[in-house]
Design a protein around this ligand. Structure first.
Ligand SMILES: Cc1cc2nc3c(=O)[nH]c(=O)nc-3n(C[C@H](O)[C@H](O)[C@H](O)COP(=O)(O)OP(=O)(O)OC[C@H]3O[C@@H](n4cnc5c(N)ncnc54)[C@H](O)[C@@H]3O)c2cc1C
Length: 324
């Protein structure tokens, strides 16, 4: 059985279900989801995405993730269901809970995977970038079980609605006061100001060093605002302090998969491409026709990035005005 652990019914959960389905077609086994949290009214819906078992552990005290109760509950469910593989998103939830589960079960965990597969012998292969993204390391856990992996959000295509399988079920676990005991106590919570969420944007206008100076980034911001999108950045643009790290796309930034990704003045280094290659349509603007970004782009424009963005902005703004 492949088990996915999440604390919310998120886009990433559907991506992991999609991958687990693909794996279970290669090596037949059940796909299960374990949801731990405070509200899962739509848990049943997951059964229509080909999930065999949905395990729900909910309690009003599980609203915010905290290691003690989540670990205790996860171990209780794992002990009874005995999955062979456990996967979870490589976000703050999965990155905190999964190592604790792996340590408790004395098994192996590969963090931040970008590919999961089986080889011809049915061995579970976990691929992740290594040595600064210069090599893709394929990792196996030959002697221990369950085999565990966290996966970067927006790496896989979400599962499609394929209908409920025969015998598929939702099980609600009884959560006791002992299960939710916690050594940590939340005293106060201050949300980060102006946090931008490039991972949920449909359109990303991303800027690189080819924008030449900070003031030129303004046109990318104007364009993103006009189309209801977000501004992304290469590491070089973040290092130049044109934008904060929240905007960085790539290996040491965020992985994104928008409908449209505009790469303006971005060379297309492997570490950047690792974070945006699954975008539906990639439009690259670069004055160097040999820039590597053109190898992954659907539309390539050999031109100055700033003035091209300015032109796109003006055309779209005019279209928007005509519509009003
Ligand atoms: C461990 C590690 C992790 C990394 N993680 C990341 C990461 O998460 N994200 C990331 O982006 N990078 C990352 N990098 C850095 C990465 O290797 C590149 O250095 C970086 O992506 C380059 O950014 P850039 O393309 O904006 O700049 P440059 O490499 O300087 O490229 C600028 C591009 O703009 C073009 N250009 C110049 N002038 C113009 C103009 N007027 N109009 C149009 N085009 C123009 C040039 O032809 C060039 O292709 C990482 C590196 C390492 C070692």
């Amino acid at each position: 059985m492949i088990m996915i652990i999440e604390n919310k019914i998120s886009k990433t959960l559907y991506e992991l279900i999609g991958k687990a389905q693909e794996l279970s077609r290669k090596k037949p086994q059940k796909v299960a989801v374990l949801l731990i949290g405070s509200n899962f009214e739509n848990a049943e819906e997951l059964l229509h995405y080909g999930v065999d078992e949905v395990h729900v552990a909910f309690h009003k005290e599980l609203k915010r993730f905290s290691l003690d109760p989540f670990l205790r509950i996860a171990l209780k469910v794992i002990d009874e269901t005995k999955p062979d593989i456990i996967i979870s998103p490589a976000d703050s939830f999965g990155r905190t809970l999964m190592p604790a589960i792996a340590a408790a079960l004395k098994t192996g965990l590969t963090a931040d995977c970008t590919e999961l597969d089986f080889d011809e012998k049915g061995q579970f292969l976990q691929t992740r970038p290594a040595i600064g993204g210069n090599v893709m390391a394929m990792i196996i856990i030959p002697k221990h079980s369950p085999k565990m992996a966290t996966v970067r959000p927006r790496t896989f295509k979400p599962a499609e609605k394929i209908g409920k399988k025969e015998g598929a079920f939702v099980k609600f676990w009884e959560i006791t006061e002992k299960d939710i005991k916690d050594r940590a106590k939340l005293l106060s919570f201050t949300p980060k100001e102006n946090e931008i969420d490039i991972q949920s944007a449909d359109v990303i206008v991303a800027v690189g060093k080819g924008m030449r100076k900070k003031e030129n980034v303004e046109v990318a911001k104007k364009l993103a605002e006009l189309v209801g999108g977000a501004v992304g950045a290469s590491r070089a643009a973040v290092d130049a302090k044109w934008l904060s790290h929240d905007h960085q796309v790539g290996l040491s930034g965020k992985t994104v998969s928008p409908k449209v990704y505009i790469a303006a003045g971005i060379s297309g280094a492997v570490q950047h491409v690792a974070g945006m290659k699954t975008s539906e349509t990639i439009i690259a603007i670069n004055k160097d026709k040999y820039a590597p970004i053109f190898k992954v782009s659907d539309i390539g424009i050999v031109a100055d990035a700033t003035s091209t963005l300015e032109e796109i902005f003006k055309k779209l703004e005019k279209t928007a005005e005509e519509r009003i």
